[in-house]
Design a protein around this ligand. Structure first.
Ligand code: NDP
Length: 457
C-alpha cells in the first residue's frame, strides 16, 4: 500500500466533489479519483451546458414577439460561436471545481479506480493500490441506447453538446426530461425537430395538465410528436440517416438522438466482486445514510438511482461526509423534491400530481390557464397553467404545478412553503405582487373542482 486515506471518492461529479470537500474540511485525508473531467455530468455535459443551450434557443421566441413591441430584428445564428462560448464557460467552472477541491486539501487523482476490497482501491492507469477507511462511489450514469441495428449512427446528449454543425433535421427518441429539453433546443435553433415516444403522452409521471400543456407548447413551436412508435433501426443514406420505425415507415433525418433514459455507472469497477449489491437495473443499493451492503463503502448520486438530480446528489454527498467525519448522522429526505424541465414552455413541479393526490383522500384543485403577459401584444397562442392541489380538510397544499415563463424559479420558492407544510390559508394570507404570473397562486378563490371519495365532483 502506497498511502492511507480516510476517504477515497470515486467520481468527481456533483455528489463526489461535495462529499470530498466537506470531509476534508472536517479534517479527513481525502482523495478523489476521476478518469474524465472534474465536474461530472451536470457541469460538463448536463444541466449547465444544457441550460446555456436553452437560453440560446429561446431567443427565437423573443424575436418572434419582438415586432409586436415595436422592434425590427434581423437575427442570424451561429452554432460554432455558441459551442465555443459554452466550452469556455464549462472550462471556467471545471477550474473552479478543481480550485475548490485543492483549497480544501483534497488530492485529485486523474485515473480510473476499481474497488479491490472493503478498504482497497486500485488505480487502473497508475497501477497503484490505495488503502482507505471508507470508499464513496459517486460514478454517476450514462445514456442508455436501445439495442437496435445501426445504433452507432445515433447520438446522445453527450455528443449533442459538441456537434460540428447543426443538422437540418433531427429525430429525438424518448419522452422524458432530456428528450423534451433537447427538442426545445434544436427547434428553437431552427432545426426541423421530430420526437418519437413509445408511450401515449410525454413526461410520464408528471401531472396531466403539465403533460398536455407541454405537448401543446412543443407542437406550437413546430415540433412533431409521434406516439406509440419505436425506432427499429438506423441506416446511412447519403449525408442523412434513414430511420426504420416500428410501424413499418422509413424516413430520413439529418441526425437521430437517443434520449431513452440513463443507466448507473456501477459495472466494471469491482463492486459486485467485493459484495456491493445492486438493484436489477444496475443502481447501487443503499440505506438512508447512503451506506451500501458493504459497511465501509458508500454511494451517492445517479449511481444509486434514487433521484437523478444534481442538488440531490450534492445533499447526499454532503450528508455522507457529515455522517462519517463530523459524528453527525444525517439522512436525506427524498420525499419533497421539486423539479423543473427546461423545455419551452418551462415546467416546474413539486408534490403530488392530481391523480396521486386523489387516491390519498379528498382534495380541492385550483387551476388557472391564461396567456402570459409577454404574449398579450402578439398572436402567440402560448398559455400558462398554474395549479394548486390541497387537502379538503386542513387544506394543506399537496402539490403545485406550473407551466410557462419562470415556472422553475417559482417552484424553487414555492418549495420552501411546501416544505414548511403550508396550507391554502397561508397562500391566501400572502399579499399578491402585481402584475406577475405567480400572484395567481395566492389569489385562487373557489376550487376549480374537487375530488370526494376518489371521484371528481
Ligand atoms: P427519463 O427517464 O426522464 O426519460 C427516458 C425516456 O425514454 C422515457 O420517455 C422512456 O419511456 C423512454 N425510453 C426508455 N427506454 C426506452 C426504449 N428502450 N425505447 C424507447 N424509449 C425508451 O430519462 P432522461 O434520460 O430524459 O433523464 C434522466 C434523468 O436525468 C431524469 O429522470 C432526471 O432525473 C434527470 N434530468 C433532469 C433534468 C432537469 O432537472 N431539468 C434534465 C435532464 C435530466 P417511458 O416513459 O415509457 O419509460
Amino acid at each position: 500500500m502506497d498511502k492511507q486515506y480516510d476517504l477515497i471518492v470515486i467520481g468527481a461529479g456533483s455528489g463526489g466533489v461535495r462529499a470530498a470537500r466537506v470531509a476534508a474540511n472536517h479534517g479527513a485525508k481525502v482523495a478523489i479519483v476521476e478518469e474524465y473531467r472534474v465536474g461530472g455530468t451536470c457541469v460538463i455535459r448536463g444541466c449547465v451546458p444544457k441550460k446555456l443551450f436553452v437560453y440560446a434557443s429561446r431567443f427565437s421566441d423573443m424575436f418572434e414577439v419582438a415586432g409586436s413591441f415595436g422592434w425590427t430584428v434581423d437575427a442570424q445564428f451561429d452554432w460554432p460561436t455558441l459551442v465555443a462560448n459554452k466550452d469556455k464557460e464549462i472550462a471556467r467552472l471545471e477550474a473552479a471545481y478543481v480550485g475548490a477541491l485543492e483549497r480544501a486539501g483534497v488530492e485529485i487523482i486523474r485515473d480510473r479506480a476499481v474497488v479491490t476490497g472493503p478498504n482497497g482501491v486500485k488505480l487502473v492507469k497508475g497501477g497503484r493500490e490505495l488503502s482507505t477507511r471508507y470508499i464513496l462511489v459517486a460514478t454517476g450514469g450514462h445514456p442508455r441506447i436501445p439495442h437496435i441495428p445501426g445504433r452507432e449512427l445515433g447520438i446522445t446528449s453527450n455528443e449533442a453538446f459538441h456537434l460540428e454543425t447543426l443538422p437540418h433535421s433531427i429525430l429525438i427518441e424518448g419522452g422524458g426530461y432530456v428528450a423534451v429539453e433537447f427538442a426545445t433546443i434544436f427547434a428553437g435553433l431552427g432545426v426541423d425537430t421530430t420526437m418519437i415516444y413509445r408511450g401515449d403522452k410525454i413526461l410520464r409521471g408528471f401531472d396531466e395538465d403539465l403533460r398536455v400543456g407541454l405537448e401543446a407548447g412543443l407542437q406550437e413551436r413546430g415540433i412533431r410528436i409521434i406516439y406509440q412508435t419505436n425506432v427499429r433501426g438506423l441506416q446511412k443514406q447519403g449525408d442523412d440517416i434513414l430511420v426504420h420505425f416500428s410501424d413499418e415507415v422509413d424516413a430520413p433525418f439529418g441526425a437521430v438522438m437517443f434520449a431513452t433514459g440513463r443507466e448507473a455507472n456501477s459495472h466494471g469497477i469491482g463492486l459486485a466482486e467485493v459484495g456491493v449489491e445492486l438493484h436489477s437495473g444496475g443502481a447501487i443499493k443503499v440505506d438512508k445514510y447512503s451506506q451500501t451492503t458493504v459497511p465501509s463503502i458508500y454511494a451517492v448520486g445517479d449511481v444509486t438511482g434514487r433521484a437523478a438530480l444534481t442538488p440531490v446528489a450534492v445533499r447526499e454527498g454532503w450528508y455522507v461526509a457529515e455522517t462519517l467525519f463530523n459524528n453527525n448522522p444525517l439522512a436525506v429526505d427524498h420525499s419533497q423534491i421539486g423539479t423543473a424541465v427546461f423545455a419551452e414552455p418551462e415546467v416546474g413541479t413539486i408534490g403530488l400530481t392530481e391523480t396521486e393526490a386523489a387516491t390519498h383522500g379528498d382534495i380541492d384543485v385550483f387551476v388557472t390557464r391564461f396567456r402570459p403577459m409577454i404574449n398579450t401584444l402578439t398572436s402567440h397562442p402560448g398559455r400558462m397553467i398554474l395549479k394548486l392541489i390541497t387537502e379538503a380538510e386542513g387544506d394543506k397544499v399537496l402539490g403545485v404545478h406550473i407551466i410557462g415563463p419562470g415556472a422553475a424559479e417559482m417552484i424553487q420558492l414555492v418549495a420552501i412553503a411546501i416544505g414548511m407544510g403550508a396550507t391554502k390559508v397561508d397562500f391566501d394570507r400572502t399579499m399578491a405582487m402585481h402584475p406577475t404570473a405567480g400572484e395567481e397562486l395566492v389569489t385562487f378563490k373557489a376550487p376549480s373542482y374537487r375530488y370526494r371519495g376518489g371521484a371528481k365532483v
